[in-house]
Ligand binder design. Structure first.
Ligand SMILES: Cc1cc2nc3c(=O)[nH]c(=O)nc-3n(C[C@H](O)[C@H](O)[C@H](O)COP(=O)(O)OP(=O)(O)OC[C@H]3O[C@@H](n4cnc5c(N)ncnc54)[C@H](O)[C@@H]3O)c2cc1C
Ligand SMILES: Cc1cc2nc3c(=O)[nH]c(=O)nc-3n(C[C@H](O)[C@H](O)[C@H](O)COP(=O)(O)O)c2cc1C
Length: 587
């Protein structure tokens, strides 16, 4: 086909490319039939009338796909209500185009430590520079996505809101900030948006609309989790390891539950009994005491064990607590943001009750806590290679704080599960960004520690699909003999020439520390060669140190091997990220 025969604009071709990349052969067949039926149903029907310039832009800025999901729903609802609306990824939105927008609905998450998702960086920078014009003709609304256990909750949404206000734009609705359970609140927000824009809806009836055919088995969601059976639990780390890392296999209720490599599972844990006991003791209560918490009632012991978040505390939690406790030292702590943020990292409710005591009853306590939060785990299996199963790779979190040993709730819950027939509550969390490319594209996977989990899924899937693209893994941990997760599987893939290259970095096997970024640099010429050949880069694992170090190393590799300045190399890597050829799934 000649280039000018291609009938799609850049936004459409991006959507098509992303969709096709994520589909396997069976789904492509399904889509083939669906499109044929759709064409048939539209023949002879009047085409939908689309006004030339959409009046409403739904703009989303996402890293893991949640904002996109909400944006897609909102866009669909706007169209169904007769609005002329378009949907745009903020990565493709040119700053200077803001001046021609009339109604902008922005759905944006916060990442890193209070930063915009990478896709939004350029627009964020533009808007916060002195270049944007006055925006008094613009009406806007913002839905911020975030997680209250992060110190800078929904900061990006708030930053955009403030900036739009400073530039004179008109706020349609107060900004909504959503915690991880954004389902209900975002649905209500969409209703409010439709209400506030009802005067703009055109009377053009939407014709030729086809019925949407849904897959027969719907994957469980955060709002509707299922119970999966624990099939197996195997310790991956050896006896002389400092870590306890487990491979856990879960059985799903149906083999039709097809998740994609790159997706995660959300696990709703139960709390550790000794922490529950300590909190009951500090509240001077007894486990049998009948209590009510949100929509549940039961004994204090059971409610604390099953329903309440006891470890991931928020600033709001502490402020509410201190309204009742009136503890002077805690007042000082909450006023010093640096100290507060250090305290929140890892402290439990038992630490608060012990270190900052107050006259708090069990009922008071239940009025200030939040419900237990699911924890996400990258899926380490391919649904196609293991129908009806989902595998996880879980490292138990242990640390010392306030002079005491502490355990992470969910990783301990999973590490200590009995093997037979124990059921756990779980759901799927799709990651539409962290996806395998077409079968013939090369990939470089960088996944130290549990960061290797999605790459096991990638390899299983590529093997199952007979993908021809080359695969290169960079893995690292503390010691070769104790911490080489899935060693035999990698060796077997290497033997079968499916894993073309593997580079290992065991930090404690020699005097000086060696990490994956050092191995990358050692192989810089080949890494650059793969990059120039179109390889896609995947980074998974530690967000604080590993992923920034790996990013810096890529810049260094490009500068060194491409013979360009560091600034130009930064632009090169930035472009890779924008093209979704440098993807991160970090935590
Ligand atoms: C997308 C995604 C994928 C993930 N994939 C995996 C995976 O494949 N495997 C895996 O094992 N984990 C994975 N995680 C991490 C996982 O979700 C949990 O965060 C982890 O298991 C700890 O949860 P927990 O309930 O055991 O600890 P929590 O009870 O949540 O721990 C309490 C708090 O301790 C703090 N803390 C953490 N480390 C320390 C420390 N060293 N010192 C002091 N305080 C500390 C934190 O503030 C944490 O919130 C992933 C996370 C995300 C977001
Ligand atoms: C590595 C990481 C860092 C995060 N940092 C923050 C943060 O600083 N503030 C916040 O409110 N939420 C933070 N979040 C939570 C996300 O904003 C939240 O999961 C959101 O639903 C993601 O939406 P998205 O999929 O559209 O990117 C973080 C999440 C991850 C995985």
């Amino acid at each position: 086909m000649k280039a000018n025969d291609f009938p799609f604009d850049s936004q459409q071709s991006l959507i098509i490319e992303q969709l096709f990349e994520s589909l396997d052969v069976s789904k492509l067949y399904w889509l083939h039939g669906y499109i044929q039926a759709l064409i048939q149903s539209r023949v002879d029907k009047p085409a939908k009338q689309i006004p030339e310039k959409p009046q409403i832009t739904v703009l989303f800025g996402t890293h893991t796909g949640n904002s996109r999901k909400i944006a897609v729903k909102l866009h669909q609802q706007l169209e169904e209500a007769g609005h002329a609306a378009r949907i745009t990824d903020i990565a493709d939105f040119k700053g200077r185009d803001i001046k021609s927008e009339k109604v902008l609905l922005l759905i944006i998450s916060t990442h890193g430590e209070g930063q915009p998702p990478l896709a939004a960086e350029d627009f964020y920078e533009y808007l916060h520079s002195n270049r944007p014009p006055a925006l008094s003709d613009l009406s806007y609304a913002i839905l911020g996505l975030g997680d209250k256990s992060y110190f800078h909750f929904c900061k990006t949404g708030a930053d955009f809101d403030l900036r739009f206000e400073q530039l004179g734009a008109n706020r349609l609705l107060p900004r909504l900030e959503c915690d991880v359970d954004y389902g209900k609140a975002s649905e209500q927000w969409m209703k409010d948006i439709l209400q506030s824009l009802s005067h703009l809806a055109s009377n053009v009836p939407v014709t030729g609309k086809s019925e949407i055919i849904r897959p027969s088995v719907v994957l469980p969601t955060r709002e509707n989790p299922i119970e999966a059976i624990v099939l197996d639990k195997i310790k991956l780390t050896g006896r002389n390891s400092e870590k306890n890392t487990y491979h856990i296999e879960l059985q799903l209720p149906s083999e039709q539950m097809i998740y994609e490599p790159g997706d995660s599972v959300g696990i709703i844990p139960g709390n550790n009994q000794s922490l529950v006991g300590e909190i009951i003791h500090l509240l001077k209560a007894v486990p049998e005491m009948p209590v009510v918490f949100e929509n549940s009632s039961g004994s204090l012991g059971n409610i604390l064990a099953q329903e309440v978040e006891l470890t991931k505390l928020t600033r709001e939690n502490l402020e509410k607590y201190n309204e009742k406790a009136g503890n002077k030292e805690l007042t000082l702590l909450t006023q010093d943001l640096n100290q507060l943020s250090r305290f929140l990292f890892g402290s439990t409710w038992a630490d608060v009750l012990r270190l900052y005591p107050g006259n708090i009853s069990a009922e008071d306590f239940l009025s200030m806590v939040r419900s237990i939060q699911p924890r996400l785990y990258s899926i380490s299996s391919s649904a196609r290679a293991n129908p009806g199963e989902v595998h996880l790779t879980v490292s138990q979190l242990n640390y010392h704080l306030h002079g005491l040993s502490h355990q992470g709730i969910c990783s301990t819950y999973l590490s200590e599960l009995p093997e037979n027939q124990e059921k756990i509550r779980m759901f799927f969390e799709a990651n539409d960004v962290f996806r395998l490319p077409s079968h013939d594209t090369d990939i470089i996977m960088i996944g130290p520690g549990t960061g290797v989990a999605p790459f096991r899924a990638f390899m299983q899937d590529r093997e199952d699909a007979g993908a021809t693209g080359k695969n290169w893994l960079f893995f690292g941990d503390q010691r070769f003999t104790a911490d080489f997760l899935y060693q035999t599987e990698w060796q077997e893939w290497h033997r079968k020439s499916l894993l073309h290259r593997i580079d290992l970095a065991f930090s404690r096997d020699q005097q000086h520390k060696i990490y994956v970024q050092h191995r990358l640099l050692e192989k810089s010429r080949d890494v650059y060669g793969w990059l120039e050949n179109g390889a896609k880069i995947y980074v998974c694992g530690d967000m604080k140190r590993m992923s920034p170090d790996v990013h810096r190393t890529f810049v260094e590799i490009v500068s060194r091997e491409g013979g360009i300045s560091i600034e130009k190399a930064q632009d090169y890597v930035k472009t890779l990220r924008k093209q979704k050829r440098y993807l991160e799934d970090v935590y």
